[in-house]
Design a protein around this ligand. Structure first.
Ligand code: MSP
Length: 536
């Protein structure tokens, strides 16, 4: 029997120093759309997300709030990060916290193995550290401060002063992996995507790799180094390992890789954390004799006022500010459609509201309600029978097959925005088809009864295809449409429909009982806040 294709995906794990903003939600939705698509295709799918809870950034925030770091993390995870998953309808299979016992044990096992195998040594170190990035900064990311920080060296990303740290640390001999990493990028051009990210990573590694400091002694909020408890593990080294500890690495300490499943995986990351994932992480895995990720895909930033949206710069927008008004489906659709995946995109309320109205409400929602209302009126809410096919009907049938095939190819290539754009060709074509075929006019002429059936069958089948192809992006609306089409009883659950066969025509059974459809994307009356700029 052929092996079931598999698809395993991870988001980065999120710092719990603060509540999520839409930039974090964006990463989650992208990974979720990919996971839902593959799950619906029948691939053996696994989707992991979670939280990054150790290190100085969390420790300082907790201390400033007068609570212990674990208490702070618990509070944020329960009140903000887990609820985010419901707010935007995320279908993760697991949620890992770096304070989970399974993770802490797995990290200790991994470190001990690297130490025993000679990949770690003790040394001394002095460098400029950014607590926001939790990273010793390379020269290229150190700039002169301005305003209150004039005369100081600041982080190019956070614009906050860097701290000079001098410590005895343990080092990972990362420099030894330079050639193997360059060979990886060369032999597997798909490893780092998009191409711009790959070029950046290659240029960085070609400059020469230094060894990596992997322990800290000046604070204790972290996982103790197993052979020297006066050190805790560097937070990034700890965090990156979540991808395998959640997947079973270390569950059997005598044979740490024995229980590792769903690995290797696709890693969706923001471009700001590309180097950690495309350089440090594969080097760590190579040292441990484990497989590297299948792909590291770096998406762009959501920008506000031309800058990366961030809570520390007070430009963060909470996801529920959008979902409370527009709903989770619209959130998911908007960011996946309006921002080309792999590039930056500016968020604006005006653009969101305009696309909601034009594309979701008028384009898709209206199409669904018109077709179902006509089926109700002219065919007693049953799927009509199609008669002879004209060129116009055939064009819809062929387009449905074509968009289904192209959307799948685009998802394979992580071009989520292009996959949705392809599917939307069918939304637009169906709207045009109805306008041209004028079923309301056909209904007035009893001699045209057969033609009316063909037109409304074609439109209903088109909606069936759309429901299947859009389910990963707008699961709520398509679920309602699926039931209303009568497909739930006739074909089973929407999420069980094989998405790669969505374009196969004629699956909706003639005569199937349909149901009333509530408005999918109601008109938004409320005033929305305004931000400058248009998308892209
Ligand atoms: N904890 C680390 C990741 C460790 S993974 C082993 C971290 N956390 S984070 O909470 O700061 O960011 C998590 C993700 O959210 C990153 O991929 C980051 O790029 C993404 N985003 C944060 N702000 C964003 C935008 N303004 N726009 C798009 N994505 C953004 O980094």
């Amino acid at each position: 029997m052929p092996k079931t294709p598999s698809f395993s995906v991870s988001t980065p794990i999120f710092y719990v120093n603060d509540a999520p903003h839409i930039g974090h939600a964006y990463t989650e939705v992208a990974a979720d759309v990919l996971a839902r698509w593959h799950r619906q295709a029948g691939d053996d799918t696994y989707f992991l997300t979670g939280t990054d809870e150790h290190g100085q950034k969390i420790l300082r925030t907790a201390t400033a709030n007068g609570v212990a770091p674990k208490e702070w993390a618990d509070r944020l995870v329960e009140s903000a990060w887990k609820p985010l998953l419901d707010t935007i309808n995320i279908s993760n299979d697991d949620f890992i916290r770096t304070t989970d016992a399974r993770h802490e044990a797995g990290v200790a096992t991994f470190l001990q193995k690297l130490y025993d195998d000679g990949h770690v040594y003790a040394g001394e170190f002095e460098a400029l550290y950014c607590v926001g990035c939790e990273e010793f900064k390379p020269k290229s990311e150190i700039v002169d401060g301005e305003g209150a920080f004039a005369g100081e060296k600041v982080c190019a990303i956070h614009s906050k002063p860097l701290e000079l740290l001098q410590e005895k640390n343990y080092f990972f001999k990362m420099s030894a992996f330079q050639d193997r990493l360059l060979a990886l990028y060369e032999e597997h051009p798909e490893f780092v995507q998009p191409a711009s990210a790959r070029n950046e990573v290659i240029a960085f590694v070609q400059q020469g790799l230094e060894d990596l400091s992997i322990s800290r002694t000046s604070f204790d909020w972290g996982i103790p180094i197993p052979w020297d408890s006066s050190h805790v593990t560097y937070v990034w080294f700890d965090a990156l390992l979540n991808y395998i500890t959640a997947r079973g690495y270390g569950a059997n300490p005598a044979d740490p890789a024995a229980e590792l499943q769903h690995w290797p995986a696709v890693q969706i990351v923001g471009k700001d954390i590309l180097r950690f994932h495309a350089v440090i992480w594969p080097a760590m895995l190579m040292a441990a004799g484990l497989e590297v990720p299948t792909n590291v895909f770096a998406h762009g930033w959501l920008l506000v006022g031309g800058e990366k949206m961030s809570k520390s710069k007070l430009t963060g927008i909470a996801p529920n500010e959008i979902t409370d008004t527009f709903g989770a489906d619209a959130f998911r659709y908007y960011f996946m459609r309006a921002v080309s995946f792999g590039h930056d995109g500016s968020f604006s309320w005006e653009d969101l509201a305009a696309r909601y109205q034009a594309e979701l409400a008028n384009g898709f929602g209206n199409l669904a309600s018109r077709v179902l209302a006509m089926n109700a009126k002219y065919f007693e809410s049953r799927v009509p029978e199609a008669g002879e096919e004209t060129a116009a009907d055939a064009a819809i049938r062929e387009l449905a097959a074509s968009v289904a095939r192209r959307a799948d190819e685009k998802i394979e290539g992580f071009a989520i925005h292009e996959a949705i754009a392809a599917v939307w060709e069918l939304v637009d074509a169906l709207n045009g088809y109805i306008t041209e075929q004028e079923p309301w006019a056909l209904a007035k002429d009893p001699a045209q009864r057969g033609r009316l059936g063909t037109v409304l069958f074609t439109a209903s089948e088109g909606l069936r295809v759309l429901a299947e192809l859009l389910a990963p992006v707008i699961p709520e609306a398509t679920g309602k449409l699926w039931t209303a089409l009568g497909a739930e009883e006739a074909l089973g659950a929407l999420t069980a429909q094989p998405i790669r066969e969505a374009g196969t025509w004629g699956r909706l059974p003639v005569g199937a009982q349909q149901h009333a459809l509530a408005v999918l994307f109601p008109r938004i009356e409320a005033e929305t806040p305004t931000t400058g700029g248009a998308a892209q």
